[in-house]
Structure formats: C-alpha cells, structure tokens
Design a protein around this ligand. Structure first.
Ligand code: NAD
Ligand code: GLY
Length: 359
C-alpha cells in the first residue's frame, strides 16, 4: 500500500492506494467520527462492493442509500435521496458519509456532506480509475444543472481517500480509458516526465498491469495533491486541472450527459486546447502530435460529436465557471507540462480551432 498526503493544514488527509483495501477497518475508522455511517453507492457498484465496504465500519450504526447510476442523475433530485435517508434515520451532526463509487457518487455524496446540517465528515472510496486519479481528491463536490455541468456545489474535503486498485478489475474498458484521459492530463499540465512514462507504459496501463496502474494512480494523485495543496479553492493555479474541461463540459452539456463519458469529453477537449495552443505559437507541432498520438492510443475520441456547431460551443463555453467579466478563460499549454489559465488569445484563433473541429 502507498500512502500520500494532501497537505491542507488542519484539513490534511491521507490517500491510501493499493489492492485489497476495501473492508479494512483500521484504514477508515480513524477518519469516521461518530457512531453513525451512511454509505452512499449506486445500483451498479453496491452489488459488487457494498458488503465488503460495510465490514470496515463494524461496530458503528452503518446504513446505506443506493442511487440510480449515471451522470444524468447527478442532480439536486438525487441529492435529496441522501438527505431523505439521513433524516429518516435521525443522523446527527457527527455522522460520516461514505462515497462508494465513481466520480458521480463521489461528487454528490461530497455535496450532501458539505450541506447536511451545514457540514459533516465524509470518506471517499473511489471505484473507477477516473475517480481514483482525480475526483476523489481535492474536495470539489456538487451536482449538474440542465443548463450547465457542476454548476451547483461546494468545496468540502474528505477525511481520507481509499483507492482500492482491485476494484478496477470489474470496470469496463471504456470506463478505464475515460480515466486514462485524466491521467494523461497530469502529464500535459505539469509533469512532462510522467507524460514520457505514459508514452512508454500506456499499453501496460490499458492491460491493467497492477504495477503500472498503481504507479499511474499514485503519480496522478501526487500531482493533483501538489496543486490542491498550493491552491485549494482555485484562486489561480488549481484551474490548470481543468485542461480540456471548458470544451469538454460543452460537449457533455450538449449531449445531455447521456452519450459521452466525462473522461472522453475531456480527452477531446484537451486536443482542442492543444490545437489552440499550437495555433498561438505556444506549443510545438511535435508536442501537439505527441498529445494527439497518446490520446489516440488510449482509444479516446479525437473529435467532438458531429452535430455540435461552433456557435453551440461558444454559447456553452460562455457559461464555464472560469469565465470572468464575460471573457472565456481557457487552460492552454505553453509547452508539454506547462499549463496556464488565460483569456489572452485572439478570438479568431479560437474560431479557427472550433472550425477545425466542428463539421
Ligand atoms: P461514474 O461515476 O459515472 O462511473 C462510471 C461508471 O462505472 C458508472 O456506471 C458506475 O456505476 C460504474 N462503476 C463504478 N465503479 C465500478 C467498478 N469498480 N466496477 C464496475 N463498474 C463501476 O463516472 P466517473 O468517470 O467515475 O466520474 C465522472 C464524474 O466525476 C463526472 O460527474 C465528473 O464531473 C466528476 N469529476 C469530478 C471531479 C472533482 O474534482 N470533483 C474531477 C473529475 C471528474
Ligand atoms: N478536477 C478539477 C479540480 O479538482 O480542480
């Protein structure tokens, strides 16, 4: 088992990474204050892992709530199911919520924990690659609105993260690849050595070689923890974690959160951001091609849905959370491993990227 730390002063917490961690009381119990525990999972993950996860909370009043599965259920209505369960069972302020599932369960549960009785403890037990390398770490929680992705939420850090790499064995290949998109992101934004490692070892990661997966997860979590430790509430630096997300969230919203996976949309979005960076003269053609090749090898989509237009992209991107005073700030690349957040690009260059990617 590897243990990393997210360094946030009094709100610091460990990330435990390894196989067979689910169900181990000594890992979670120190981070679950109070006697009451509510495990939140979904109808896909619960049959696989709820029983084992529950064993870790032996001795506590451990209840569960099972949500419908899917990004389209990451809504205020679904959030209410958690509040219903907490109130039905008289859960008090020192209870602990546990998110057992992918990023959707993690984001909703975290938001429930941020707002139930003005804030209770929560533990992240991520079970997808994407959630193990990204969404379980850093305390961004929330739900979608029909008009925009992740538009309602709060910062609320977990008390610990348990990434059991064994749980990835039941994940289907498409979901694994979606998680790889966020892994590649770390190489592109801040870690060129890791990018080069991925060029060498991508096939092992895709084949679920345990050592390669564990390395990729730990390195991704360390890269994310470094950024979050420096800028917890996204005053500046943290926005680089959103490489590709302004384009990607537009794709997710346009497709009603139903057909594209988050990681797939981010992959295409990263290519669009890299394309714009190259047009601006910031990213070399060679670096752009390396990004394109790695994302293609990962089996991720290289273009947005054919029905999306340039106008639709611009309308949806204008609602991004990074928009300031009407300017669409984008995460762009000054080189491989050098992301910046900027609105300092010519509108015509953004149009050129959109023209190149929209039918
Ligand atoms: P997801 O939560 O929808 O999980 C993907 C699918 O895999 C679901 O059908 C789920 O039930 C299933 N699943 C989960 N674990 C499984 C397992 N071990 N075996 C078999 N099936 C399993 O999607 P995701 O990719 O994990 O997360 C995407 C979400 O995360 C998006 O809503 C995105 O906005 C959010 N996100 C949040 C942050 C953050 O910082 N909070 C960062 C990145 C992404
Ligand atoms: N996934 C973006 C962030 O955590 O800031």
């Amino acid at each position: 088992m590897q243990t990393l730390n997210v360094d946030l002063g009094t709100r610091s917490y460990p990330i435990f990474i390894g196989s067979g961690l689910l169900g181990r009381p000594e890992l979670v119990q120190p981070y679950a204050p109070g006697k009451q525990v509510m495990i939140v999972s979904n109808e896909t993950v619960a049959p696989l892992y709820l029983e084992r996860a529950t064993q870790a909370f032996a001795g506590k009043e451990c209840r569960h709530v099972i949500l419908p599965d899917g990004e389209k259920y990451k809504t205020l209505d679904t959030l209410n199911l958690i509040f219903d369960a907490l109130l039905t069972h008289n859960f008090s302020r020192n209870c602990t919520l546990v998110a057992l599932g992918g990023g959707v369960v993690g984001d909703i549960t975290g938001y429930a924990a941020a707002s139930y009785q003005r804030g209770v403890a929560f533990i992240q037990i991520p079970t997808t690659l994407l959630s193990q390398v990204d969404s379980s770490v850093g305390g961004k929680t929330g739900v979608n609105h029909a008009l925009g992705k992740n538009m309602i939420g709060a910062f609320h850090q977990p008390t610990c993260v348990i990434a059991d790499t064994g749980s990835l064995n039941t994940l289907d290949d498409r979901q694994l690849r979606a998680g790889v998109a966020e892994v590649i992101k770390y190489g592109l934004i801040s870690d060129p050595e890791f990018f080069a490692w991925l060029e060498q070892h991508l096939d092992e990661v895709l084949a679920r070689d345990p050592a390669a997966l564990a390395y990729a997860i730990a390195r991704s979590c360390q890269d994310k923890a470094d950024v979050v430790g420096a800028d917890e509430r996204e005053g500046g630096l943290r926005a680089i974690l959103n490489l590709g997300h302004t384009f990607g969230h537009a794709i997710e919203t346009a497709t009603h959160y139903e057909t594209w996976l988050h990681g797939e949309a981010v992959a295409t979005g990263m290519l669009m951001a890299a394309d714009l960076s190259q047009r601006l003269g910031w990213l070399s053609t060679d670096a752009l091609q390396r990004a394109q090749q790695l994302i293609a090898r990962a089996g991720l989509p290289l273009r947005p849905p054919t029905e999306m237009t340039r106008v639709q992209f611009l309308q949806l991107m204008a609602r991004d959370k990074k928009v300031l005073d009407g300017a669409i700030r984008l995460v762009l690349l000054k080189g491989l491993g050098q992301a910046i957040v900027t609105a300092d690009y010519a509108a015509s260059q953004l149009q050129a990227t959109l023209d190149a990617y929209c039918a």
